[in-house]
Design a protein around this ligand. Structure first.
Ligand SMILES: [Zn+2]
Length: 241
């Protein structure tokens, strides 16, 4: 099984752009209404454990929650012999990379100087793309290795979406790139799950914030209707047997 875990992949945009690899054989929205807010760390932690982890993650505090590292044995990944999980929040997340993203975003919103904003945005964009290219290379390498479970977490739609969701050309380029990533997964495995934590909606004309539903798709016909993010631990375990 290969899971392409895409932060902030928006159901409505997948529909609008019509990328067929992202949609796969079955697809839909996920129901995240049990959560107070669509928070990345909360949602991925709940996904890998199959339990609502909102209270537990929030009790760590806003800053400390990003250091969450859930032990392998508490996740469904441990049911596999040789799982590989790339950059997933709460598990194998590259803390420094994502810390810098949050720092630059904060700087961007705390200045009114348009020139400064432009500079920060440029650095932010380069930082995100560099990380994305690096991980994509790793993913391509890992596809050739012998893993019975592979998860590739992609953050770029969320990271760039927050500052540039109004730039549809850019967002479409990113969705196309992810569509190709899924196509590659389908060539390597007949069981491919695409999953987002939450989607994204436009705030004003430029910016983006988390929307109140996620996206899922599966490479085969299946009976998931509007699953919760905590339903996938079981789903993946059953499909992998
Ligand atoms: Zn976000």
């Amino acid at each position: 099984m290969i899971v392409i875990a895409i932060d902030a992949l928006e159901y409505d945009l997948v529909e609008e752009f019509g990328f067929k690899n992202l949609k796969q054989a079955s697809y839909g929205k996920t129901d995240i209404s049990e959560f107070e807010e669509p928070r990345t760390m909360v949602l991925w932690s709940s996904f890998m454990t199959g339990e609502n982890k909102e209270k537990e993650i929030l009790s760590k505090g806003k800053k400390e929650m990003w250091n969450t590292k859930i032990p392998l044995e508490d996740t469904f990944f441990s049911e596999f012999n040789n799982p590989k999980v790339i950059d997933l929040p709460g598990f194998s997340y590259e803390r420094k990379q994502h810390e810098k993203e949050r720092k630059l975003m904060k700087e961007f919103f705390s200045t009114d100087d348009p020139k400064k904003k432009q500079e920060i945005k440029k650095e932010y964009k380069e930082h995100a793309f560099k990380h994305h290219r690096k991980l994509k290379k790793e993913y391509e390498k890992v596809l050739d290795e012998d893993h019975d479970f592979l998860l590739f977490y992609i953050s770029i739609a969320d990271v760039l979406g927050h500052l540039m969701f109004g730039n549809k050309t850019l967002i479409k380029t990113i969705y196309r790139d992810m569509d190709e990533t899924v196509e590659e997964a389908q060539k390597n495995d007949e069981k491919v799950l695409v999953l987002s934590d939450h989607g994204m909606e436009l705030i004003g004309e430029k910016y983006g914030d988390h929307s109140d539903h996620g996206f899922w798709s599966y490479s085969q016909e299946c009976s998931l209707d509007k699953p919760r993010i905590t339903d996938f631990a079981d789903f993946i375990s059953k499909k992998s047997k």
